[in-house]
Design a protein around this ligand. Structure first.
Ligand code: ZN
Length: 287
């Protein structure tokens, strides 16, 4: 199984996760910029985080044979914190960098005016930089939040096929399917979507414009949920080609709109002895 995880926060995962993901077939991923689990206190905190996403984390993934890309944005949660607002002025510099394949995660968290302002401004940045957009949907009051999200996307003038609306479920998939936007599903171990519910959605709506991700981060999550979904699809009678569409071709088609995906396999001489600014992933390795 060839897997491209279109939403996973590797910064908070271990080298063991990278090894298990590679063994499961993961060869490429997108890491969206998000919050840290606790508030950032200054714009400098974003700068170091963004630099890590395009630098160290990309290098680290490469040591395990996985192509790392990222999306850059002011996330919905921190859009409410005036200490973070200035980061919007820094985004253009990052959106131009290699490996940055979209603007995201943007959207609503608690549906505030500050969130809407940051969301609108970042949709305009995506149009300006000719990049696709990853939109997060709120976990509470999901249907109303998703409908309002789609209105803001429509008002921005961005083409719907350049937008993925993520964290969908049975309640919200229909309105997004009708909008022409791509549909993203985060498969979690014990809450929200699981792989069986995902299979049922794929049966009803087909595989077109469908993205499945693990959204694994520092919370209870599982970086192998993409593989688990592929296996559940096969068990339910989907063909290998349908699994490949959902787990590989679709994310490649969506993030390929950036013109910045790097998917060629690593030459075999690249390995864990390599360094990034003098640091390697080795710790006390035997000589
Ligand atoms: Zn996320």
């Amino acid at each position: 199984m060839r897997i491209f995880d279109p939403h996973i926060h590797m910064t908070s995962r271990t080298t063991g996760d990278y090894e298990a993901m590679y063994a499961a077939g993961v060869r490429a991923l997108v890491e969206p910029a998000f919050w840290l689990g606790q508030p950032r206190t200054s714009v400098g905190s974003f700068v170091d985080y963004f630099d890590g996403l395009i630098g160290w984390e990309r290098f680290r993934a490469a040591q395990f044979g996985i192509r790392h890309h990222c999306t850059i944005a002011l996330n919905p949660k921190e859009a409410n914190d005036p200490r973070c607002a200035e980061v919007l002025d820094l985004l253009p510099r990052y959106l131009a960098k290699d490996g940055v394949v979209a603007v995201g995660e943007v959207g609503y968290d608690s549906m505030t005016d500050a969130e809407e302002k940051a969301f609108t401004r970042q949709l305009a940045l995506a149009v300006e930089h000719d990049l696709p957009v990853l939109v997060h949907t709120p976990h509470r009051d999901k249907l109303a939040g998703t409908k309002r999200t789609l209105d803001v996307v429509a008002d921005s003038g961005i083409a719907p096929d350049r937008v993925v609306v993520d964290h969908l479920n049975e309640l919200t998939v229909g309105v997004v399917a009708d909008s022409g936007c791509w549909m993203g599903f985060s498969i979690y171990p014990d809450t929200k979507m699981d792989e069986q519910r995902m299979v049922a959605i794929l049966r009803e709506y087909g595989t077109d414009r469908m993205l499945v991700n693990s959204a694994a981060d520092w919370g209870r999550s599982d970086p192998l949920k993409t593989q688990a979904t592929g296996t559940a699809m096969l068990e339910a009678g989907f063909t290998e080609s349908a699994v490949d569409t959902v787990l590989w071709s679709n994310p490649v088609a969506f993030y390929g709109k950036s013109g910045k995906l790097m998917l060629d396999p690593f030459p075999s001489d690249e390995g864990s002895a390599a360094t990034f600014e003098g640091n390697s992933v080795l710790r006390g390795a035997r000589a």
